[in-house]
Design a protein around this ligand. Structure first.
Ligand SMILES: [Fe+2]
Ligand SMILES: [Fe+2]
Length: 138
């Protein structure tokens, strides 16, 4: 397996996590109406989880000898105060995250680095859980 290709893929995931942390913190602060009571804490939890994922991926990049990206993925973070729109945009983000990690899993499968595989698999499963939760919320 080409290490620089793997580092590139991990850096793509890191960029999306940095964006997700930013987006969820923005929605936690901006949500209006009665749904704020439940969704603001949920968005805060997602922001925290995204930062934790970013940290794991960042350390994996360093361990492989790469330089972790410091900028978030440039995909726009749409400002809204409407919870339905926030949930739709969250679903879009989680769908992207699941596909990015699915891509990495396919690359590192059977490659021998069990620690990296386990870490990425845990993140991948967390993205799938978030995706399913958002589907049920809508
Ligand atoms: Fe994540
Ligand atoms: Fe996520």
């Amino acid at each position: 397996m080409d290490t620089s290709n793997l580092i590139d893929k991990l850096n793509i995931a890191l960029g999306w996590e940095l964006r997700a942390a930013n987006m969820y913190a923005h929605y936690a602060a901006n949500i209006r109406g009665i749904h704020r009571l439940q969704l603001s804490p949920m968005f805060t939890t997602e922001a925290t989880e995204s930062n934790e994922h970013a940290d794991l991926v960042r350390k994996a990049v360093v361990k492989l000898g790469g330089i972790p990206v410091t900028e978030r993925n440039p995909h726009p973070i749409i400002h809204t105060t409407d919870y339905v729109e926030m949930l739709q945009l969250s679903l879009e983000t989680e769908t992207k995250a699941a596909s990015v990690y699915g891509d990495i899993i396919a690359v590192i499968e059977g490659q021998g680095d069990q620690e990296l595989y386990d870490a990425i698999e845990q993140i991948y499963l967390a993205e799938l859980r978030s995706l399913e939760e958002l589907r049920l919320l809508m």
